[in-house]
Design a protein around this ligand. Structure first.
Ligand code: ATP
Ligand code: MG
Length: 573
């Protein structure tokens, strides 16, 4: 395409709400423009990148046996009432009413619609398995849209759904999608990790998030420095790490004493007042699990991860207990809870393993206990991994040190089981004519977020550095002076030669200074820039510069097509 004819408004200034590199560069490179909060238009350059990403996803979905559909964005409330999500989804679900007072929502995801479609069409085990996907606009009324298209309200998503007759089948489909996702993110040239994510009540490791590693990422992830293990830290029901092994010298059990600790309630206050370290204190945290009190014990320097506890208990709702519940089980106000004599189910975290003679609340207002010991003073029958993992903990799979990183969640694969098919009665007849519930999986990729994540990983001070597979154009031809007839002619010749061979080329025919043209080519991140300047051209040569490495080659005009062909082929291998 000739630059002079392109709708490509590059700008120097960025709006003040652009915090991340990708947001700034997508605006500056003329890829996107904001319409209103969290709602963006893609301009031609941006949309070309979106299309490339979508096409790679399409190819891999096809290879994985998924068939493309296109489902409505407007969804009737009745389906969401059937699944129970009309009540549970919260304010991200944008609801509205039509002229007949019927209620609808804009789809933030499509489990209900796809389940409705499949339950009407699939009746027999012979029609299963089936995997369907679409690439379509979602709407989520995010409370704080930010980072441009990374966390916006209207966004494109590839969402796939699998339906299986058997557990084994569902697992095979999950593995297939997991493998397809690896191929997709590899082809997109991203540095990423597949991390175990919280799969809530479904359990096991049947949910993985695909995280692009980036310091600007909103998610914290933990990964092993040696093996493949990686997990989402915040949602990490799965993130497990044993505390560092400690010396277990035999210790003398000391007599327990009660000390007056007036108004001393937090771990910090207790440590300061009693002159002890947090590792010598046991924290007693009381939770309300579906209405019943549950007590979790953890070493004073550790924190309970409520998601781990929730998954361990298998409860629906878990929250910190309110004052009245605390008083009910401890007989004391908040701040003085301890294990001795407490009236509730109790679970200890592994961090208590080597502790003895520790400090603990006395279940009595303004009192703590010194030299408390398990066995002698109280018993706990349940022991589990409940705390937040820490950097340097040992990996449960291989024993190496765990590390932390920040990541951007670009994709998510999830084994749903029968959550929706049960609620919405998606059933089939098995070989014996018995009715069975279908087993589902769902698999999403955020298209715009993936593009933004790619920019987070591929840029420098001058702009974007597109990986070839998703570059909006592969080559930019820059005659340093478009008024010069010989330069213009050489540029035109190359433009025709490359375009006719299927390469995507921008020909910068603008009447701009060379510096302006170079800056724009760098900003929009075109992988190969061919510069046509007077000195080289006098010898029948041009310069080819690689955007990423900065590598330069001066070549005779007639070798340019071969060079680009070879470079693109190499990149695609
Ligand atoms: P997050 O935790 O970031 O809010 P999510 O877990 O709610 O995302 P999913 O329901 O798993 O997201 O959706 C699948 C994919 O859709 C995500 O992996 C992400 O790439 C993309 N996505 C989700 N929310 C947004 C958003 N607000 N803006 C852009 N992309 C999004
Ligand atoms: Mg997710």
């Amino acid at each position: 395409m000739r630059y002079s004819e392109m709708f490509l408004p590059t700008v120097r200034e960025v709006p003040s709400d652009a915090e991340t590199v990708s947001h700034k560069l997508m605006i500056r490179a003329g890829m996107i423009r904001k319409l209103t909060s969290g709602i963006y238009s893609y301009l031609p350059l941006g949309y070309r990148v979106i299309r490339k990403v979508e096409n790679i996803i399409r190819e891999e979905m096809h290879n994985a046996g998924a068939q493309e559909v296109f489902l409505p964005m407007v969804q009737p409330a009745e389906l969401w009432q059937e699944s129970g999500r009309w009540v549970h989804y919260g304010k991200e679900l944008l609801r509205f009413t039509d002229r007949h007072d019927r209620e609808y929502c804009l789809g933030p995801t499509h489990e209900e619609v796809i389940t409705d479609l499949v339950r009407h069409e699939v009746k027999s085990y012979r029609q299963l398995p089936v995997t369907l996907y679409q690439i379509q606009t979602k709407f989520r009324d995010e409370i704080r849209p930010r980072f441009g298209v990374m966390r916006c309200r209207e966004f494109g998503m590839k969402d796939a759904y699998s339906f299986d007759a058997t557990e084994e089948g569902a697992e095979i489909n999950y593995e297939k999608m997991y493998a397809a996702y690896n191929r997709i993110f590899m082809r997109l040239g991203l540095k990423y990790r597949a991390v175990e994510a919280d799969s809530g009540s479904i359990g096991g490791s049947y949910s993985h998030e695909f995280m692009v590693i980036a310091s600007s990422g909103e998610d914290a992830l933990v990964f092993c420095s040696a093996c493949d293990y990686a997990a989402n830290l915040e949602k990490a029901g799965a993130a497990t790490g044993a505390p560092k092994p400690e010396k277990t010298e035999p210790v003398k059990i000391l007599p327990r004493t009660e000390v007056h600790t007036p108004d001393i309630k937090t771990i910090e206050d207790v440590c300061a007042f009693l002159n002890v370290l947090p590792v010598q204190v046991v924290k007693t945290v009381i939770f309300n699990a579906d209405g019943s009190p549950v007590v979790a014990l953890v070493r004073g320097d550790e924190e309970i991860n409520p998601i781990k506890l929730k998954n361990y208990l298998g409860c629906e709702v878990l929250e910190l207990a309110k004052d009245d519940m605390i008083r009910e089980v401890t007989g004391a106000p908040r701040g003085f809870a301890g294990a001795i004599g407490i009236k509730a189910r109790m679970i200890e975290d592994y961090s208590l393993a080597n502790m003895s003679n520790f400090v603990m609340g006395a279940n009595r207002e303004d009192y703590h206990l010194l030299n408390v010991n398990r066995g002698r003073d109280f018993e706990v029958s349940e022991c589990a991994d409940l705390r937040f993992v820490r950097e340097g903990d040992t990996c449960i799979h291989c024993g190496s040190a765990l590390k932390f990183a920040r990541g951007i969640e670009v994709g998510h694969v999830f084994k749903l089981g029968t959550k929706y098919s049960q609620a919405m009665k998606a059933v089939y007849l098995d070989a014996n004519g018995r009715e069975q519930v279908m087993i589902m999986g769902c698999y999403g990729i955020g298209i715009g977020r993936t593009v933004a994540a790619s920019i987070e990983q591929n840029h420098d001070d001058n702009g974007i550095i597109w990986p070839l597979p998703i570059a909006p154009y592969q080559v930019a031809i820059v005659p340093v002076n478009s008024d010069d007839a010989r330069m213009a002619q050489a540029a035109e010749g190359l433009y025709q030669a490359l375009s006719s061979r299927g390469f995507e080329v921008i020909m910068d025919d603008r009447n701009e200074r060379a510096g302006v043209k170079f800056k724009d080519a760098d900003l929009i991140g075109i992988p190969y820039r061919i510069t046509i300047g007077p000195k080289n051209l006098a010898e029948g040569k041009v310069e080819i510069r690689e955007r990423g490495s900065g590598a330069m080659n001066v070549l005779p005009l007639e070798q340019v097509v071969n060079f680009i062909t070879g470079a693109v082929r190499k990149e695609n291998e």
